[in-house]
Design a protein around this ligand. Sequence first.
Ligand SMILES: Cc1cc2nc3c(=O)[nH]c(=O)nc-3n(C[C@H](O)[C@H](O)[C@H](O)COP(=O)(O)OP(=O)(O)OC[C@H]3O[C@@H](n4cnc5c(N)ncnc54)[C@H](O)[C@@H]3O)c2cc1C
Length: 447
Amino acid sequence: MIHQSAFASSMAASLAFSKPLLPFSSSSHANLFVRLRTQTYHHRSKSEIKCQVRKEDVVIVGAGIAGLATALSLHRLGVKSLVLEQAHSLRTGGTSLTLFKNGWRVLDAIGVAHYLRPNFLEIQGMAVKSEDGRELRSFTFKQEDQSQEVRAVERRVLLETLAGELPQDMIQFSSKLARIEANLDGETLLELADGSKLLAKIVIGCDGIRSPIAKWMGFPEANYVGHCAFRGLASYPEGQPYGPRVSYIYGRGVRAGYVPVSPTKVYWFICFNSSSPGPKITDPTVLKKQAKELVKNWPSELLDIVDATPDETVSKTPLVDRWLWPAVTPPASAGRVVLVGDAWHPMTPNLGQGACCALEDAVVLAKKLAGAIKTNEDYSSVEGALRSYGSERWPRVFPLTIRAYLVGSILQWENPLVCSVRNNIVIPKLVRLGPLLEHTNFTPGNL
Ligand SMILES: Cc1cc2nc3c(=O)[nH]c(=O)nc-3n(C[C@H](O)[C@H](O)[C@H](O)COP(=O)(O)OP(=O)(O)OC[C@H]3O[C@@H](n4cnc5c(N)ncnc54)[C@H](O)[C@@H]3O)c2cc1C
């Protein structure tokens, strides 16, 4: 169970600053110190300050897949953490995520896969079609790799399942990180939008593609890659008619897909080229209209699926990524602050690996961190453990980010001749699924 908890009611230890903070950015740090001192001596009693600056060992920012999986992995290893989430509750909207065997191995390792599997269909294979509905090629996952496991899970259910395994009060909602500062002892001050403050020994940034923590660490913004995706989760209370097979349809500069999620739900996407992300649109009627316009002459089942979609699940997302160039992009950790999931390596969804990699990150980090904390209770080996996490994960996530980008670029080709070669020669005769899914070979081991 998850409870919203206010700082004021926290039983956690508190701390008034006894020494000045040292800057990553020195001027803002100095200002913070002056402000805290001013509060101490001119406005607030010591006990009020104590209520305001709470001390925590491990703080995770963001209760998405990365944050919850990291919190749960640490919990399984006996390490307590506090998860701060800006929203008032878990994200209940949204669609689904296709998880491949690497994602399922992690969910097995952290002990939640058995809750999820019965609710989501195992996808047997995929069919690739052209926009006139002609089947270009079909694949069966198990024929390519007996150990492959592909299921699309509803994001809401995945989040609720992860959160449901955490102790009460471990997730603190309505807690938007507004500011972050490092201090002399290697601890990190986190200031929330409501003005409350925490001092954390370790900070794990799981705050997604626009991560304020990544920004603070010097990472550039994620790049818009030139295409956007409409998405939705169609609902069929009487049972969906599509069976356990993914269908992809490749057109010119537009592609679409629909994925059976459960006996009653089908996830769909329509991805299209656009020189800019365009205005943010949230009106589901407009979104559906625009999505259908893109595929109006395509197989009618796609239009039917869009029509069967509840408004609250429809969205449009500009696709972004960030390439972690060696020696140019900052490392995954700075001192005792570290990034996980999209906060570190946003990637386009063309390989269905963003969430899978966030899950992988979570177990790798948790093992290293728990080992370091248990070996040296003074946290002296934590920085090394975080660096080791970054070094182990970088060769995994950097090539995948590039590969996902390249696959997306090929699938978004517009040139009619090139598309014709792709659809009539490359896909039917040359593509092999096995090598394309080799990146799903990841074994997390036991926690
Ligand atoms: C169109 C599309 C399709 C995709 N399909 C797949 C797929 O099929 N398979 C797959 O594996 N991946 C897929 N992905 C990728 C996947 O969605 C992401 O990789 C995954 O959600 C990353 O999880 P995360 O926890 O790192 O980030 P998020 O899910 O973004 O979570 C970040 C959390 O941090 C919180 N937060 C942000 N800022 C603050 C703050 N200042 N203070 C407190 N909290 C904050 C947010 O509210 C949020 O809850 C897809 C992505 C897109 C865009």
